[in-house]
Design a protein around this ligand. Structure first.
Ligand code: AMP
Ligand code: GLY
Length: 432
């Protein structure tokens, strides 16, 4: 069968590559893809923008006999691409527009979690700047010395969350969003949340509307600098599995987060089908939800796909057909037991205004235990050039996490482009 993956980042390169390894898959198209997917033997890029040109996509899927489509990023999901494809009778893995609100509206997600008793930080939502500023002042009094968390309600490409370390910074963030229009309509409502302490982990599951199939756990590194310093980014590297998700935490998350979320979405009349990502904060082996995403994480997907050795296409097909419960039998042989580490190579000036268009040299050939996933790259007549803030994700498997880490850093050694920056400590928390 032939499949389609929507998106063009590192996550989509990893998803499409892994899908192409399933025995029943002949080819995976990627729209629009990137320089890495252009170079893969079993993948082919299609120059269609699924958000701007859904008609073109529908036409392509029908005329090329695509068995099913997997939607990678949140934007097409929030725009209702799944609803459109299903209305055309096409098979697709991803949540419908109403269900994608779990990511697309922080206020929706918080109300949903409150209604279904899913553990998360306390919060209040505001549209009025003065009232929001008063609440932030109150928060400072209630939790002296703790940061104040300000979130834009809508999708803001990773720029919508400010963990303010002073009241002044919190007030500024509120004004930027509510009166300064800094994030456009995404910032027309803000959620102010209690600060959660602990260690973060990413917990992703495949859902078919009723049941969930847990994927391997992982941990992202969101800050730009070593030791979790500097501004937040989309993610500077990840590793899998995350030891902080102990068997006890795993069981709690399935019981208190994933199953209630699926039940709740059913009760709301919008059963959840697709990847569901719970961003967790774990303290004393108790997890609370920091955020839901309606898609896989990037870069968490890269090490997770590196570890997947089972038939990923059949797993997603089972979810589309609503028979995930039968897929439980696949769980035993699905994973390479070895850990994987993925180190993101970013562009100069990322995350503010990344420098684009630099020639990339020295990418090593894949080996059985190493692979370079592309994110912001494109293939031009001049060769491979950078075209996004996060450029590559160099990923490796190793017997121990430390070995996987060493192998990933060794593999990225020859890679060079202007202003390349990366963290030197990806995986360090898992090792300690
Ligand atoms: P989000 O997009 O909601 O995941 O927020 C981005 C990042 O901000 C998270 O990965 C956390 O590092 C941090 N963050 C968000 N909400 C909180 C919170 N309530 N307490 C502590 N840190 C938070
Ligand atoms: N790496 C975090 C995310 O994909 O949201």
């Amino acid at each position: 069968m032939k499949l389609m993956v929507i998106g063009g980042g590192g996550r989509e390169h990893a998803l499409a590559w892994r899908l192409s390894k399933s025995a029943r898959v002949q080819k995976v198209y990627v729209a629009p893809g990137n320089g890495g997917t252009a170079l893969e033997p079993d993948l082919e890029n299609v120059a269609i923008d699924a958000v701007k040109d859904p008609d073109g996509l529908v036409h392509f899927l029908k005329t090329n006999d695509i068995a099913f489509t997997v939607v990678g990023p949140e934007a097409p999901l929030a725009a209702g691409l799944v609803d459109r494809l299903e209305a055309e009778g096409l098979k697709v893995f991803g949540p419908c527009k109403a269900a994608a609100q779990l990511e697309a509206s922080k206020d929706f997600a918080k109300q949903f979690m409150a209604k279904y008793n899913i553990p998360t930080a306390g919060y209040k939502t505001f549209t009025n700047s003065a009232e929001a500023c008063d609440y932030a002042t109150e928060q400072e009094r209630r939790f002296p010395g703790l940061p104040i968390v300000i979130k834009a309600d809508g999708l803001a490409a990773g720029k919508g969350v400010v963990v303010a370390s002073s009241l002044q910074e919190a007030h500024q963030a509120i004004k930027d969003m509510l009166t300064g229009n800094k994030l456009g309509s995404a910032g027309a409502r803000v959620v102010i949340e209690d600060f959660l302490q602990g260690e973060e982990a990413s917990f992703m599951v495949v859902c078919d509307g009723q049941s969930a199939f847990a994927l391997a756990t992982s941990q992202d590194h969101k800050r730009i600098g070593d030791g979790d310093t500097g501004p937040n980014t989309g993610g500077m590297g990840a590793y899998s599995p995350a030891p902080v998700v102990t068997p006890k935490v795993y069981a709690q998350v399935m019981r208190e987060v994933i199953r209630p979320a699926l039940k709740g979405m059913q009760a709301e009349g919008t059963p959840y089908k697709g990847f569901l990502y719970a961003g967790l904060m774990i303290h004393n082996e108790q997890a609370k939800v920091v955020e839901f995403n309606c898609r896989m994480g990037d870069p968490e997907t890269q090490p997770i796909m590196m570890r997947m050795k089972g038939d990923f296409a059949s797993l997603l097909e089972a979810a589309i057909q609503g028979r995930l419960e039968q897929a439980e039998s696949m769980a035993d042989n699905l994973w390479d037991g070895r850990p994987a580490v993925g180190v993101v190579l970013a562009a100069a000036n990322y995350p503010e205004t990344p420098q684009l268009g630099d020639a990339i040299a020295g990418i090593p050939k894949d080996s059985p235990d190493t692979k370079v996933f592309h994110a912001g790259t494109s293939l031009s007549e001049q060769g491979l050039v950078s075209s996004g803030g996060r450029v590559l994700c160099v990923t490796a498997l190793g017997g121990k996490l430390k070995e996987a880490q060493a192998l990933a850093y060794k593999a990225l050694g020859p890679i060079a482009y202007n202003g390349m920056q990366y963290r030197k400590d990806i995986g360090a928390k898992g090792i300690s």
